[in-house]
Design a protein around this ligand. Structure first.
Ligand SMILES: *Cc1c(COP(=O)(O)O)cnc(C)c1O
Length: 411
């Protein structure tokens, strides 16, 4: 068999198991509604939480930076020099996060991979939540450190692993703040206290928390008042901040060390200056327009309560990420397709992104959605759910669901 034949066979197998993925061409900007195949759809699958991805302020900042600084960064920032907009953004991020310094990476993925592999070596132990993001897992693997995976959100298990790893040179506890596919939260207060007791360091990935949690949108660490005890605060510019790129915030020593040792920072071209300018504009909007985050939470509560009332099984989320649990990949695909037929864009999330048998529709409203968008989505969910036998045939508001109540714990 040629390589192409082997790969085609592998793809056939994925298709048989309802696990094949493909790209859908979107013909508009990433807003509350998107255009696809010549029709408009309510987009409920993006991480554009605050509706900033196509915001005029971000576009203006990017356009101005484009005119002054051009498109490309030329080379690695250590080789061709480091452009002004990146320094401005790093100062703004450090101010926003209340840390001594910050460092921008090409993406959140690159930030995690480079940071974990720079901080840890084969003499070290990384303690990692079992549902951490793929980029954390890959960072752990690249570091060649011993990786001890603790049960999801389980500090008791983490404590056992800390006790067992006393001989390590360095121990790094790493966790998502908001788990990306379930929307539940890491017990950061307990994790920080355990790390202190066992002299371990803590790294938190705030990808889904920045702009969503915290008194000024700084993240979950700030919301819980433990941000000062987190050694490495990682985040992305590409979700609530609507741009692209990743960052790490922390001590000056941490940042200087990463500049010297993070391979995904050193051996890659600097972030495009226009993106840095757009992210800087987003930070200002996050701080000056808290009503965006309020609208996001209101929209999420409305949508979640509606889905629960319809009888859908919602995972134990405590964030605007609403996982509609389906189980089989085939059923998840079918639900997604039926919603699409009704003008609602929600992608099926299947293994290996989530554990086998836990396929779901991950529903994420944004601050930009109107009640009318969300009511349309609920009507479509009701019809599609009934067709698939996922919810009772009665009128909307019938069977109570297996969800965890309607209130978001922190709001
Ligand atoms: C999206 C995501 C990343 C990667 O961020 P990008 O900027 O999109 O590369 C890292 N961690 C988590 C938890 C994420 O959800």
């Amino acid at each position: 068999m040629t390589l192409a034949e082997e790969l085609s066979a592998a793809l056939d197998e994925l298709r048989r198991d309802s696990l094949e993925r493909s790209l859908r061409l979107i013909e508009s900007a990433q807003e509350a509604e998107v255009r696809y195949g010549g029709r408009d759809f309510v987009m409920l699958s993006s991480n554009n939480y605050l509706g900033l991805a196509a915001h005029p302020g971000l576009k203006r900042a990017a356009a101005e930076a484009l005119a002054r600084w051009g498109v490309g960064a030329g080379a690695s920032r250590l080789i061709a020099g480091s452009l002004g907009p990146l320094h401005e953004l790093e100062a703004a991020l450090a101010r926003f996060k209340g840390t001594e310094a910050a460092l921008v990476f090409g993406s959140g993925f690159l930030a995690n991979v480079g940071t974990i592999s720079a901080l840890c070596s084969p003499r070290d132990v990384v303690l990692s939540d079992e549902l951490n993001h793929a980029s954390i897992i890959d960072g752990c693997r690249l570091s060649r450190a011993t990786v001890r995976v603790y049960r999801h959100r389980d500090p008791t298990h983490l404590k056992v692993l800390l006790e067992e790893s006393a001989g390590a040179r360095r121990r790094l506890v790493v966790t998502d703040a908001v788990f990306s596919m379930d929307g539940d939260l890491a017990p950061l207060e307990t994790i920080v206290a355990l790390a202190c007791e066992y002299r371990a360091s803590v790294m938190v990935d705030e990808a889904h928390a920045v702009g969503v949690f915290g008194p000024r949108g700084e993240g979950l660490g700030a919301e819980l008042g433990v941000d000062k005890e987190i050694d490495v605060q990682m985040g992305t510019l590409s979700k609530a901040l609507g741009a692209y790129g990743g960052y790490v915030a922390g001590s000056r020593a941490l940042i200087d060390f990463l500049i010297n040792r993070a391979r995904s920072f050193i051996y890659t071209t600097g972030l495009a200056p226009a993106l840095a300018a757009a992210a800087g504009a987003a930070l200002k909007i996050v701080e000056s327009e808290p009503e965006r985050s309020r609208r996001l939470w209101e929209n999420a509560a409305y949508l979640k309560e509606g889905l629960v009332a319809l009888g859908f099984r919602i995972g134990p989320t405590a964030s605007p990420i609403i996982p509609v649990m389906v189980g089989a990949s085939e059923t998840a695909l079918s639900l997604s397709e039926r919603l699409l037929a009704r003008g609602i864009y929600v992608t099926a999330i299947r293994p290996p992104t989530v554990p086998p048998g836990t396929a779901r529709l991950r529903v994420t409203p944004t601050a930009a959605h109107t009640r009318e968008h969300l009511a349309r989505a609920l009507a479509a969910f009701a019809e599609a759910g009934r067709e698939l036998g996922l919810v009772g045939g009665g009128s909307a508001g019938g069977t109570p669901a297996g969800g965890r109540g309607s209130a978001f714990p922190l709001r």
